[in-house]
Design a protein around this ligand. Sequence first.
Ligand code: GLU
Length: 497
Amino acid sequence: MSPAPRVRFAPSPTGHLHVGGARTALFNWLYARSQQGAFVLRIEDTDQERSTEESYAAILAGMRWLGLDWDEGPDRGGDFGPYLQSLRLDTYGEHLQQLAADGQAYKCFCSAEDLEGRAAEAKAAGGVWEGYDGKCRGLTGEEVTALEAAGKPHAWRLRTPDEGSTFWYDIILDKLEFQNEVLVDRVIVKADGFPTYQFACVVDDHLMEISHVLRGDDHVSNTPFQILIYQALGWKPPKFGHMPMILGPDKKRLSKRHGATSVQEFQGQGILPAAMLNYLSLLGWSPGGNAKEVMSAQEIIGKFSLKKVGSSAAAFDYDKLNHINSEHIKALDAAGRLALAMPLLEERGWRLDPAWLVHGADTTEAYLGRVLATLGNRFSSLVTLPEQIGFFFSDDFFVDQEAWAEHVSTSEASTLLTILADALEKGLAGDQAHAAGAFDDLVRECAEQAGVKAGRLIHPARVALTGQSRSAGIFEVMELMGLPRTIERLRRAAATA
Ligand code: GLU
């Protein structure tokens, strides 16, 4: 049996946690959790100009929101720390010394301007510029000493082989091979003494005993160079798996143009973390066969396998995410729905008013619980919920103007609503006002007296009370709204005709 895998998510703290990064983190987490392995969080903050504290905090918050817990990381330590690359500079320095002593790394004195100039010349002459031309490769000891004495700063580059090829068997993309002649001597330590991503990543993946590097396929071009670093240090590379990139619905690279792209934005749009995790898991992976796609994290862990991660790009489908989100909301029990809806009330300052006289609901939570029960599975989105329940909490509720004009603003509706309001005032008292059945009977009596079908009264009453032509059972709505408010709203509506 092979040892338990160790995988990592290694974000650079230069922005929010985006869909691509979240999917990378998720697949590593799923692999670790499904194989009883370890999931390591390492922060790659060696780009001092672009790394920020805010981004670091946002990435951790995004992962916590999704429920992607890590076994080792900057905030919780572990046997292989520190997990912040900026705290590991000595380690990179030691390994650079090893490469320098072996003659595998050399000093390069070319400035950015020098390189730009030579790139332009190469292109003008009809050639290609791969990023470096090996200019400082052959500097003699004296030349190096002279340049240093002249105060010229230098970076360090890896001396890569000119012949042969570098290849690996990618877990997702199969065999990938690059000719060494096209792999240039890239920088491993910059002139400011900081390691490049390539070098720090390899040193850390090795020292942290990472067994599988699972990352986006935008890193495929980095992998051969990284393998050469492993070889130069005399290390065995880990296994690599490159996941296909995520496209927008139009099959172009997913970007702001398409809509939300950061986990934080989806959170703000009422997406549940369980739904986001579920949807992200389907971007490039599928449980196979006719297996259902709406799954809990535990179900996904149970089914996850790297073998089923596909190699073709996945298109982000916002409608499917919303559908999966609604299925996750519907799968919640009453307590779960309540916990989800309660913050929306708090944000709006909506609470139970004792004057509503609603039987058996003496707290806002109890009242909301009853309101949600009348909605049943019509509660499928946090975005539409306030509109669906606002009329229970505030007189300033959403009104469908078309429905109002059609059903309420007519003289017949006005007459019928007044008849009903009068009857409720006289006819319902005490416990009767707390039973939907009593409202039902009374509405039907009023319609009969007025010589119209019950529906001619029910439609205007529904729009008058809820502002909409579709709602939960109208008699339950009346019961939950409470007798005084029901009468008041019917009268107010009658007066608008
Ligand atoms: N810091 C790199 C990034 O955010 C990590 C790439 C890798 O996983 O090796 O893209």
